[in-house]
Design a protein around this ligand. Structure first.
Ligand code: AMP
Length: 195
């Protein structure tokens, strides 16, 4: 996150890079990602641990990790071992129809990665990236209705159960995710600055 000079570590983004490289991990992950299922814990943990080490003590924002109780437990131990601490867990809440609408309408510039949405955040000039002028856009292969519904199922079954753990530790903050990017960011900012 630029505003705070944090290194953003997104496990989903790391897996998409592996998929592009056609590595063994990437090939294995792609099948699961396209089905909206979680990638096994051991693969995720091995992947993220080294990446946290690479940040060499900078502040980190973990995006999409941990997603299971086993991952949360390993993260606790990793933080102790690396002499780091968890300041806040931020849960962004939005109704499910809105989640589906956001996921299925989003796309990004193939060149610079700027994100757009076909209804909520269109490029200023149709089909041209505001930032770099490219005319090439990409969509994630898992951003379709069917896969989005399985991703939500995986969230309820495997990820939501870790929330009480962070709540009991006094680390959980819940943010209303409805509204525009600036509004939601302002809500998150309040939490980060009070952490
Ligand atoms: P995301 O980019 O966070 O939406 O993640 C995209 C997909 O990558 C998910 O639907 C999972 O298949 C996989 N994935 C990302 N992070 C994790 C994780 N922490 N544990 C298991 N699977 C993950």
């Amino acid at each position: 996150m630029d505003a705070y000079d944090l290194v953003q570590l997104s496990t989903g983004e790391m897996l998409r890079q592996e998929t592009k490289l056609k590595s063994k991990l990437g090939d294995e992950a792609k099948v699961l990602m396209d089905a909206g299922k979680l990638v096994p814990d051991d693969l995720i943990i091995a992947m993220i641990s080294g990446r946290i080490d690479d940040t060499k003590g900078a502040g980190v924002i973990l995006d999409g990790f941990p997603r299971t109780t086993a991952q949360a437990e390993v993260l606790d131990q990793m933080l102790v071992d690396k002499g780091m601490q968890l300041d806040r867990v931020i849960q962004i809440e939005i109704p499910e129809p809105e989640v589906i609408a956001r996921l299925t309408g989003r796309f990004s510039c193939a060149k610079c990665g700027t994100g757009y949405h076909e209804v909520f955040n269109k490029p200023k000039v149709a089909e041209i990236c505001d930032k770099c002028g490219s005319k090439e856009f990409v969509r994630r292969s898992d951003d379709n209705v069917e896969t989005a519904r399985s991703r939500l199922r995986a969230y309820h079954e495997q990820t939501a159960p870790i929330l009480p753990y962070y709540e009991a530790a006094g680390r959980l903050s819940t943010v209303d995710g409805m509204g525009g990017v600036d509004q939601v960011f302002a809500r998150i900012k309040e939490i980060v600055e009070g952490a």
